[in-house]
Design a protein around this ligand. Structure first.
Ligand SMILES: [Zn+2]
Length: 227
């Protein structure tokens, strides 16, 4: 009994010490806080309002439903724009938010496909935000994250372009990463994942390539979408 009590005391002590050395820090309001959900303080996380799904038309008969955890506004905007050492924590928080705030958790999928970064941008940044978010969801759903797609050309950063330029910017930029994927991943239920949805042209271009695999279900989830 005494042993358990000492163990509990030791745990409480180190927990307090950890909080002192690494206090929880809100991504949005930059306040140190004790209650921290999705990398946000309680007040900031309460600002996240539910967002309705939208359907992006891909072909005459096919559209892709997109789930979004939030509109592209604070506090989720701050998570998407997180820099440097905070980025990985932010990706994890975005993944948790998609899981908690959207209907993706009620859906069944066989695999998750992140929107890829061009290798030049990947080399510069060292990681792909969409892929990190996809891994959080993959762990929740117990399904694999597969890099089915590759970018065939480097494109300008979407947020810096006008609406017309964005659609042009992502036309035909994706291809299957390996030709054999067409057979291996045929007739599967696929969830596409990206951090941010702007015009929908990225999801649309990626979906057109994935349709070659004849998926039985093709839907998408994003951290935030522009209103
Ligand atoms: Zn906050």
């Amino acid at each position: 009994m005494l042993k358990i009590y000492i163990l509990q005391l030791t745990y409480a002590f180190f927990n307090q010490l950890y909080q002192l050395v690494f206090p929880a820090y809100c991504f949005c309001c930059k306040q140190f806080c004790t209650i921290n959900t999705y990398g946000l303080c309680n007040a900031c996380s309460l600002q996240i309002a539910p967002v309705a799904t939208i359907d992006i038309v891909i072909t005459k008969n096919i559209s892709v439903t997109v789930f979004a955890a939030s509109f592209y506004q604070d506090p989720v905007k701050m998570l998407i724009l997180a820099k440097q050492y905070q980025q990985m924590h932010a990706c994890k928080a975005i993944g948790e938010l998609i899981w908690a705030k959207t209907d993706t958790r009620f859906q069944e999928f066989d695999l998750i496909v992140p929107i890829p970064l061009h290798w030049t941008r990947y080399a510069k940044r060292g990681y792909n935000q969409a892929e990190e978010i996809a891994h959080v969801l993959g762990n929740k759903m117990h399904i694999p994250v597969v890099n089915l797609l590759k970018r065939t050309k480097a494109t300008a950063f979407q947020a810096t372009l006008s609406k017309d330029a964005r659609s042009f910017n992502v036309a035909d930029v994706f291809a299957l990463a390996k030709e054999e994927y067409k057979n291996i991943y045929k007739n599967k239920r696929i969830l596409l994942v990206d951090d941010l949805l702007t015009t929908g042209s990225t999801i649309s271009s990626a979906s057109k390539i994935l349709l070659e695999l004849k998926p039985t279900i093709l839907k998408a989830a994003v951290g935030a979408r522009v209103q």
